[in-house]
Design a protein around this ligand. Structure first.
Ligand code: GLU
Length: 507
């Protein structure tokens, strides 16, 4: 078997949806798993839908995800160029070849005349299709002589090349995920393959020609392309390339969190999660949020995506890229849609965050502290991280989880005040103030022992007193170990916060 060659072939029509990233990822994993080549080809032949900046967005996204391109746009390789708009000279000869072999024809029908046919069909409650049932009556080379065709081209008439879909043929296709797929060719229309107006091929022609020329062995792409497969298979046959035709694998859709329908940008906007890897600012200034900017680690994002459609057959959920490469197989990609879960995405990030060394997280947190004018040694930050990280999902939550290490609470959670700051408790806190004022050893362990002994000696309710102290120091009844906080902020700050709480909460 020849070496595995796969391609990710996005069209630069906007930001890359996470479904597209998953397609790239599966291609990449498949290539790496088999020692093959992962190619990036940009399919930019639809000038109408071209969006400025989209190609850069695609390459930036792949880079952020750690998906390395072996060959293609931005990297080069033996089949350059890899941007279809730069390959335009290649496609016309192939379109002509199909006309000459009787598999395609020139059509001169104007956009207006086709619009009219569409409108008439609609009025009859039908949908117009340029297919075997109508093509003989339309303005195309099927009924013109070669001289007539040439004369019309010479006089400057615009034309397209259309595929001449066979009639009544059962097209049998093999899909690595779906198994055998059959379609009767009579249900398919005569797709446009090439347009003289812009001198560009359509997706179908360029895609097949390039997959052939680039010696692609496996086409792994989204399910939305399955309806194009019969045409593609027939194109391979028409070119005489069936023997070297790639194998196909159509990936299941990414579904909305409800499981109903395809995951869209609107779902993300509505439910507050990104559907794009990176933030995207459209040419008109519309902003779409990205996983990167929301604080996701690329490893967590990739791990989450890998499991949306593929399952390892075990209970394992956390996979590094190397583990994914080791374990990935198309056989374990499911047929049915994969439901996206925003909560699960967060869960993955939390797992990665909790597993990261405190020093690494401290280095990520430091710039935010510096921006707030807090310049403390790395080991102090590291210590804080160790105390708070189990409660965090994102690095951008660190401040909220640790601000009390640096500043006294501005407010006290009213619910906690009502629950704990009552009865004898303020008096007990006053006593605790005196106790701490006498303490010399402010290490967490020593403080704990001292205070616990005092509470026991007095017979005070431990939970009540501790929650009041927490309220005074943190402003709420949650947070990491209290004595770690006391030890970190030190005696002076501890006493001043207790004094302030006694004063403010007395009123
Ligand atoms: N350009 C197509 C896309 O944007 C490629 C589909 C394919 O992989 O054949 O998804």
């Amino acid at each position: 078997m020849s070496a595995i060659r796969v391609r990710f072939a996005p069209s630069p029509t906007g930001p890359l949806h996470i479904g597209g990233v998953r397609t790239a990822l599966y291609n990449y994993l498949f290539a790496r798993r088999h020692g093959g080549t992962f190619i990036l080809r940009i399919e930019d032949t639809d000038s109408q839908r071209y969006v400025e900046g989209a190609e850069k967005y695609i390459t930036d996204s792949l880079k952020w995800c750690g998906i390395e391109v072996d060959e293609g746009v931005g990297v080069g390789g033996p089949h350059e160029p890899y941007r279809q708009s730069e390959r335009r000279a290649i496609y016309l000869q192939y379109a002509r070849q199909l006309v000459q072999s009787g598999n395609a024809y020139y059509s001169f029908d104007s956009a207006e005349s086709l619009d009219k046919l569409r409108a008439e069909a609609e009025a009859r409650g039908e949908v117009f299709a340029y297919d075997h049932s109508v093509r003989d009556g339309l303005d195309n080379s099927l009924k013109l002589t070669a001289e007539e065709v040439q004369a019309r081209m010479d006089r400057g008439d615009q034309w397209v090349v259309r595929f001449k879909m066979p009639v009544g043929e059962e097209v049998v296709m093999q899909d690595l995920i779906r198994g055998e797929v059959r379609v009767n060719s009579s249900t398919l229309d005569d797709k446009v393959l090439y347009k003289s107006a812009d001198g560009l091929p359509t997706y179908h022609l360029a895609n097949i020609v390039d997959d052939h020329l680039m010696e692609i062995t496996h086409v792994i792409r989204g399910e939305e392309w399955l309806p194009s497969l019969p045409l593609h298979v027939l194109l391979y046959r028409a070119f005489g390339w069936s023997d070297s035709q790639p194998q196909f694998a159509h990936l299941p859709l990414l579904l909305k969190p409800t499981g109903q329908g395809k995951l869209s940008k609107r779902d993300g906007d509505k439910m507050g999660f990104p559907v794009f890897p990176l933030r995207w600012v459209s040419p008109t200034g519309e902003i779409s949020r990205g996983y990167r900017e929301d604080g996701y680690f690329p490893e967590a994002f990739i791990n989450m995506l890998a499991l949306l459609g593929w399952n390892p057959g075990t209970e394992q959920e956390i996979f590094s890229m190397d583990e994914l490469i080791r374990d990935f197989s198309l056989e374990r990609v499911g047929k049915s849609g994969a439901r996206f879960s925003p909560d699960k995405a967060k869960w993955f990030n939390a797992q990665y965050l909790h597993a990261k060394p405190d020093e690494e997280l401290a280095a990520m947190y430091r710039p935010e502290l510096l921006a707030k004018g807090i310049d403390i040694p790395m080991e102090k930050i590291t210590q804080i991280i160790g105390l708070i990280k189990s409660r965090a999902t994102f690095v951008n939550e660190f401040w909220e989880l640790s601000s009390f290490f640096f500043e006294a609470p501005q407010e006290y959670d009213p619910k906690a005040v009502q629950k704990f700051w009552n009865g004898d408790n303020p008096g007990r806190i006053k006593e605790l103030y005196a106790l701490l004022e006498q303490a010399d050893d402010f290490t967490a362990g020593a403080l704990h022992d001292k205070v616990a002994a005092w509470i026991e000696d007095k017979g005070y309710p431990m939970g009540q007193v501790m929650n009041c102290l927490r309220l005074a120091l943190v402003g709420a009844s949650k947070g990491p170990d209290l004595f770690e906080i006391v030890s970190f902020i030190g005696k002076e700050q501890t006493l001043s916060r207790i004094a302030k709480a006694l004063e403010v909460l007395a009123n």
